[in-house]
Design a protein around this ligand. Structure first.
Ligand code: ADP
Ligand code: MG
Length: 327
């Protein structure tokens, strides 16, 4: 595994096993005309077809220089994080990497269903049912449990970074965007990484240590958004949003929550708590009563369902341990 290197107060990995290709990207792939798949501050994601295979991919073009600083090593770290998580079926696959004078290009598996964000804010007939949310939330939690079992925190879990393999029929989730993700080890404290205001945990705002519990806060926000279509802490501006978060100013009596199962509300309440140590872990969430009922798993008897769920989660964590050479 790549050696960890301390940079700007956090541990980044600077060695990758994916070859970094320098031949012209356009010779190997052709652009699919149409809308870009997405865009961030320093990146743009477009759909391409690999000429030799005819397969579709999503290519994330990332500028190496940002605000006058060389950020190549941060991109290398993002690649290393994707490699670490490659055994997990709920994390996007990295296919190839290219480098040009100004950019790096991460060629990833294409998630045709786009962001779950679009379903979260869709009109009623196109939005998720409670059973959809349960199935997708289980996959998200299995992915996050996998990451946490290898000491990786994502730190930017939000509906724009959870994609779907298809929308009709509703497919499976893929976690993307490891730009803020970090390794967390017992003896090293990590602070000060900023995610997206609405999803940021109170300890991040207070410059307190960041841990796997920081992701669990975001899972609580994510569940709220997926179930109601509204963002629980969003204020009129950033300051108001931050104030809402630090005061845990969240309402469980809004109209949007009417008709939700009581256990769904208890699930969110087990995560949206100020004290990181008091939050449920990903593993505990997978065993939460809310996620035990109403999920269609093809007509299995209840006990068989229990056994199968346990096997999926435990199986993923064993895979994680193998990929780190811990077994
Ligand atoms: P940023 O770091 O700029 O936020 P992301 O990796 O989150 O970059 O990608 C930006 C957007 O591009 C995502 O929110 C999503 O809409 C789209 N996108 C990213 N990866 C894929 C993919 N593999 N398949 C389809 N769309 C993608
Ligand atoms: Mg993103």
């Amino acid at each position: 595994m790549a050696p960890p290197v301390q940079q700007r107060g956090s541990v980044l990995l600077f060695e990758v096993r994916t070859p970094i290709r320098t031949e012209p990207f356009g010779e190997r792939y052709h652009l699919v005309p149409g809308k870009e798949l997405g865009r961030g501050k320093f990146s743009v994601v477009k759909k391409y077809v690999e000429r030799c295979s005819g397969k579709e991919y999503a290519a994330k073009f990332m500028r190496k220089r940002r605000k006058g600083q060389d950020c190549r090593l941060e991109i290398i770290h993002e690649i290393a994080m994707l490699e670490l998580a490659s055994a997990c079926p709920w994390v996007i696959d990295l296919h190839e990497v290219y480098e040009t004078h100004k950019e790096m290009v991460l060629v990833m598996e294409y998630a045709a269903g786009g962001e779950i964000f679009d379903q979260c804010v869709a009109e009623h007939d196109e939005s998720f049912t409670q059973d959809d949310v349960k199935r997708l939330m289980r996959q998200i939690l299995e992915g996050v449990a996998f990451l946490h079992s290898i000491n990786v925190v994502h730190l930017d879990l939000k509906p724009q970074n959870i994609l779907l393999t298809s929308t009709s029929p509703l497919g499976d989730i893929k976690i993307v965007d490891f730009g803020l993700s970090r390794m967390v080890k017992g003896d090293q404290e990590l602070r000060e990484i900023m995610g997206t205001p609405e999803y940021v945990a109170p300890e991040v705002l207070d410059f307190e240590p960041i841990s796997t519990a920081t992701d669990m806060w975001s899972i609580g926000v994510l569940a709220y958004v997926m179930l109601t279509g509204t963002s629980p802490f969003l204020g009129n501006d950033k300051q108001e949003t931050f104030l809402n978060i630090s005061q845990i100013n969240v309402s469980y009596t809004e109209d949007e929550l009417e008709g939700l199962e009581k256990s769904a509300i208890r699930f969110m309440k087990s995560l949206l708590v100020k004290e990181p140590q008091a939050r449920a872990t990903a593993y505990e969430c997978l065993h939460h009563p809310w996620l035990q009922q109403g999920v269609n798993r093809g007509g299995l008897e209840e006990q068989d369902q229990e056994d199968q769920k346990g096997q999926v989660t435990e199986g993923l964590i064993v895979v994680a341990a193998y990929s780190l050479g811990q077994c």
